[in-house]
Write a new protein. Structure first.
Length: 251
């Protein structure tokens, strides 16, 4: 196991890596959003990717529509009898007016043209529907790994993040949000991962892809080796936490 991890390039996972390594949200998140609504006929998850949140919503709504502009992401989405997926941009939702009780955008709103998206939210939502913009920032690792990890995130791979990443890091706090805002409880994603899991997750970062395309593979290789040496046995399970931040409002 250790030999395979030493030589495998965990920063080159391809399209399936996103579906395999992106963390899933806690069930409590979907339950909280559903509890805000008396009408649970339709939820729309915009920028749904592989359906990390979409699948959870299916346990609380009669129908869930997952919308994403990337056909490759949808090709690896979670299948469920209560979910249908459609390829479309956030600014042109494939719905008639007044159909949706809930609209969510999880780890996606920083890519949207917000004025056009908000206009679509107002168009497709039922009266007193709910919009939730959800994000999770940089994860917290166990103490002996966290300092080096944060240095990699901030100083080494940091210059390769797109400008929109700042919005994620601040939990969308500075985004214009012209809705009657609702308080959200503190939540987090908490997982136990081995070394392959964490490195696979890092391979999904847009900054990692940008660095590789710029010929800076050495940044990724050096950090991967440093992490491998600090981890212990590659199969060792370590706890990783992502704080969840939300902007939730009545439409």
């Amino acid at each position: 196991m250790g030999e395979a991890l030493e030589h495998r390039n965990w920063f080159d996972q391809g399209g399936q890596g996103y579906a395999r390594y992106r963390p899933h949200y806690p069930e409590a998140l979907a339950a909280f959003l559903a509890d805000l609504l008396s009408d649970r006929r339709l939820a729309v998850d915009v920028g749904c990717g592989n359906g990390q949140l979409t699948g959870l919503l299916a346990g609380h709504f009669q129908v869930v529509l997952g919308v994403d502009p990337c056909a490759d992401q949808l090709a690896h989405a979670e299948l469920h009898p209560g979910i249908r997926y459609q390829c479309a941009p956030a600014e042109q939702l494939p719905l008639e007016a007044g159909q949706a009780s809930l609209v969510t955008a999880a780890q996606a709103a920083h890519w949207f043209h917000l004025p056009a998206f908000y206009a679509e939210v107002r168009r497709v939502c039922r009266p007193r529907g709910v919009l939730a913009l959800i994000s999770y920032g940089v994860p917290d690792l166990e103490s002996e790994l966290d300092g080096r990890f944060k240095s990699f995130y901030r100083d080494e791979i940091g210059p390769w993040w797109p400008a929109e990443r700042k919005l994620v890091d601040e939990g969308y706090a500075s985004l214009d949000f012209p809705f009657a805002e609702l308080a959200a409880p503190p939540m987090e994603i908490c997982l136990e991962w081995d070394l392959a899991g964490l490195l696979g997750y890092l391979s999904t970062w847009s900054a990692v892809r940008q660095a590789r395309e710029a010929g800076r593979e050495n940044l990724l290789r050096d950090y991967g080796e440093a992490l491998r040496q600090s981890w212990g046995p590659p199969s060792r399970q370590r706890r990783i936490r992502w704080p969840i931040r939300m902007r939730v409002g009545r439409v």
